[in-house]
Each structure stands twice: as C-alpha cells, then as structure tokens.
Design a protein around this ligand. Structure first.
Ligand SMILES: [Zn+2]
Ligand SMILES: [Zn+2]
Length: 124
C-alpha cells in the first residue's frame, strides 16, 4: 500500500510541468557538475572542513552564485549540513575558517578569478 502511494506521488510530480527556461551561460558556469563535485569531495577527503564529519556533506560556493561564483574546484568547499547552515546564517567563525582554508589551498587565486567574467568587468 505504502509503495503504491509513493509511486502515485512520483507520477504526480512528473506531471507538474515546470516551464522550460533556457539555462543562461552564467547559470551553467556557476553550476557544480558531478565531476567537479567529486573533485571537491576527494580534495576535502569527503569531510566537512569544519568538523570533519562525513555525513550530510554539502558543497558550498565560496564566492556565491549570486555574485557569479563559478562551479570550479577552487571556489567550492565541503561542509556538513549543520556548518553549511551556520555559514549562511552568518557565523563569523565559520566564515573565517572557510576563508583561511581556501587561502591555504589556493594562495594565488583571488575572488575575481572565481567569478564568471561577466561579473568582474571582463577578464582580469
Ligand atoms: Zn561540520
Ligand atoms: Zn552555501
């Protein structure tokens, strides 16, 4: 019974057609592909870079997508669900930690290089 219900729900979801919006170049540039997601996980050993848990790992855009932050390895960091939320809630300690982590890993990358070039006034 339960199974049938779930199946029906799925079908219902499929039917609600979301109008197809053409994906913008920016949206593609800021998106995290499966390959990049893997790279980031490997780099961070599959762990939250704050607490080291391996559960509920999410990938965070260091320079946010809203600012054109790209889905590239040097703009992404692994955080557990809890610390990801903490960061977005403005926890300064987490933010500093993330900044330092990225700085240690990529000392020569500045934030403009992490942005889709439309958002930094063209290429450097
Ligand atoms: Zn964590
Ligand atoms: Zn995030």
């Amino acid at each position: 019974m339960e199974y049938l219900k779930e199946d029906q729900l799925k079908k219902k979801k499929k039917r609600q057609k979301i109008p197809m919006r053409k994906k913008s170049k920016r949206s593609l540039a800021t998106k995290i592909t499966i390959d990049v997601r893997m790279d980031v996980k490997v780099r961070d050993n599959g762990k939250c870079t704050i607490c080291g848990t391996m559960e509920n790992i999410q990938i965070h855009h260091f320079v946010p997508r809203s600012l054109g932050g790209m889905g590239i390895t040097n703009n992404l960091i692994s955080l557990c669900q809890f610390h990801h939320k903490q960061l977005h809630d403005g926890n300064g300690y987490i933010l500093e930690h993330v900044k330092q982590y990225m700085k240690d890993l990529y000392p020569n990358v500045n934030n403009n290089e992490r942005k889709y070039n439309k958002f930094n006034g063209g290429n450097k």
